[in-house]
Design a protein. Sequence first.
Length: 130
Amino acid sequence: MTVELMVALPVMVVIALIAFNALTFFGLCAEYDRVARNAVRVYAAAPTSLEGAEAAGEVSAAIEANLGCPTAESTVEASLPHLAPATFTCSLAYHPTLFGLGVRSEVLGVALPPLRHTVALSTFVYNPLC
């Protein structure tokens, strides 16, 4: 039984690690969708300027303030056409952890890419300054 335990224990730990990171990522995706939708609704519908970079910066700052996950990175790209709805593409990159502890970004020379989630949201932009 000791030999079986020594063989099965590492496999069980790896399966638990994969399940932990998968469930954390799925929960973070759901939270990110909610936070991104609210940030676009509040900050992008009436931006302070018509510059796409500034509007994307406002949305990105709101997402970072409300997300609060140290192992996740968020990027926002904006497309602000003149007479069409503005489209904000919000991307989340999640770096897997070892039950909350950071892990290396490469193992035996093989890079471990982050898990990615993207959501595109469109809204009409109203700017009374124009």
